[in-house]
Structures are given as structure tokens and as C-alpha cells.
Design a protein around this ligand. Structure first.
Ligand SMILES: [Zn+2]
Length: 87
């Protein structure tokens, strides 16, 4: 009987080219893209990696270094900062 992890699409399929044949390898999927905490838009400048790689990656490479970087999108950041300055 075929194993269940092969039938399901829980793991992604990666094809590795060898000298004579192509080998199929199962690998774990990356998490979904980071979203803005206000509007839900996908955030730019953030990376999607497995936890073991995130641990070794520099903090500056994980998200933008401005205020609310990696939390809010640029438009929402602009609005939020204006709101805070005026109040
Ligand atoms: Zn936003």
C-alpha cells in the first residue's frame, strides 16, 4: 500500500537531477507570507524560510529596518506615524 505522506500534499516534492535519472525527494513546506497587521496585505522585504534557517539568518535580513518594519505595510506605517505625531 502506498504510504499516506506520499498520497497527501503535506510535503512538497523536489526533483533532484542526477547523472542518469531524476530523483524525487520530499521536503517540508515553508510558512505563508507575512501580512500587514492592519490591512492584511503581503509584506515586502520579509523572508519565508524554515525555522532552522531563520535562526541563523541575520535580523536585518528578515525584515525592513524602519519603524513598524515587518509588522505594517508602508502605507499603514505612513498613516500610523502621521496619527501619532498629530495627537
Ligand atoms: Zn497595511
Amino acid at each position: 500500500m502506498t504510504q499516506k505522506h506520499i498520497i497527501s500534499r503535506k510535503l512538497r516534492r523536489v526533483f533532484i537531477k542526477g547523472p542518469k535519472k531524476v530523483k524525487m525527494v520530499f521536503k517540508k513546506r515553508k510558512h505563508s507570507k507575512q501580512k500587514c497587521g492592519n490591512c492584511g496585505k503581503h509584506l515586502g522585504g520579509t523572508i519565508r524560510e524554515r525555522p532552522y534557517k531563520m535562526r541563523t539568518t541575520a535580523k536585518t535580513k528578515k525584515r525592513p529596518t524602519r519603524k513598524f518594519g515587518g509588522v505594517l505595510c508602508p502605507e499603514c506605517t505612513k498613516k500610523e506615524l502621521k496619527k501619532r505625531i498629530r495627537s
